[in-house]
Design a protein around this ligand. Structure first.
Ligand code: TPP
Ligand code: SF4
Ligand code: MG
Length: 300
């Protein structure tokens, strides 16, 4: 078996080709474009391993594909296990190229968490990227454990009661070499983190905040601005963790009020969001991250 793609991505080649089925304004499409650029920049390539999610629907029906690299469709629960196997064969054969899991929040926070945790515990030599649109998008918009409090979904019609699961702390607790959050509103930070991840060995986990106009009931042209507001207000902290211990905050919130983020999405209703609690939660989380970053400062 040849585990990985033979040729590196060309800078002019789209990892996700035009003509795919993703909605307009889909953050996952932007993320895949950025990932393709990072691979081309590094002179690298990958095999994609994708569970059930919008990302595998957009591949299309065999023998055609929207992806410019070999792509393996897996069951929801097994993507990290399948990627571990493919990466092992690559390493036994001494082949080049990355093995990258590209999974939604449903496949990561919920249904695939068991195999993801097992791969992290074994420090498998894979990159796992979760594009987090905070919803089971592909099946019509059910809540996941990544859905934030107050968001209306088809299974939380009056707004979700529980808050978003802290998957980054879970992954950091596995003491994997690298875990980081990224936003499609910050392409330089994305490129830098991909370059770090591509140059490392072992388990690397990247969490990408990925706007979903269909699920978020927002305008496609607002997608990038929405996730920019999430970073600026502290709703989505952008940081990285080395070996589960060394924290570094990469983009500081600038004092933007989160109210505008909620106002522009019809999944949120004014009376179902407690803005004071949200502001306090954002401030508390940033304070905690700052305290963690001060513990073991990283100079390089
Ligand atoms: C075990 C199992 N349960 C449910 C489904 C149906 N299903 C397919 S995709 C999907 C939603 C995926 O959500 P997420 O991982 O967040 O990706 P997104 O669709 O948002 O891109 C569901 C529930 C399935 N394929 N397998
Ligand atoms: S439902 Fe959301 S994640 Fe899925 S293709 Fe459409 S915008 Fe992208
Ligand atoms: Mg999702």
């Amino acid at each position: 078996m040849n585990a990985t793609a033979a040729t590196n991505l060309h800078p002019d080649e789209c990892l996700l080709r035009p003509g795919n089925t993703n909605c307009g304004g889909c953050g996952m499409s932007i993320g895949l474009t950025m990932l393709g650029r990072a691979l081309a920049e590094a002179g690298d390539t990958c095999t994609l391993v994708i569970p059930a999610c919008c990302g595998i629907v957009t591949a299309g029906a065999f023998p055609t594909t929207s992806y410019a690299v070999p792509t393996i469709a897996t069951t929801f629960a097994s993507s990290a296990a399948v990627a571990s196997g493919v990466a092992s064969i690559r390493d036994i054969n001494n082949e080049s190229g990355q093995v990258i899991c590209w999974a939604g929040d449903g496949g990561t926070y919920d249904i695939g968490l068991g195999t993801l945790s097992a791969a992290a515990e074994r420090n498998e030599n894979i990159i796992y990227i979760c594009y987090d649109n905070e919803i089971y998008g592909n099946t019509g918009g059910q809540r996941s454990s990544a859905t934030p409090a107050g968001a209306r979904t088809t299974t939380t019609p009056w707004g979700k009661s529980e808050g978003k699961k802290d998957i980054m702390s879970i992954m950091a607790a596995h003491r994997i070499p690298y875990a980081a959050t990224m936003s499609v509103a910050h392409p330089e930070d994305f490129a830098r983190k991909m370059s770090i991840a591509l140059s490392m060995q072992g388990m690397r986990f990247l969490l990408l905040h990925s706007p979903c106009p269909t699920g978020w009931k927002s305008e496609p042209q607002d997608s990038v601005e929405l996730v920019r507001l999430a970073v600026a207000s502290g709703l989505f902290p952008v940081y990285e963790v080395y070996d589960g211990a060394t924290y570094r905050i990469n983009i500081e919130p600038d004092g933007t009020d989160p109210a505008e983020y909620f106002r522009r999405q019809r999944r949120f209703k004014d009376d179902e969001i407690d803005l004071d609690v949200t502001r306090r939660d954002c401030a508390d989380r940033m304070q905690l991250l700052k305290a963690l970053a001060a513990l073991y400062p990283r100079t390089a």
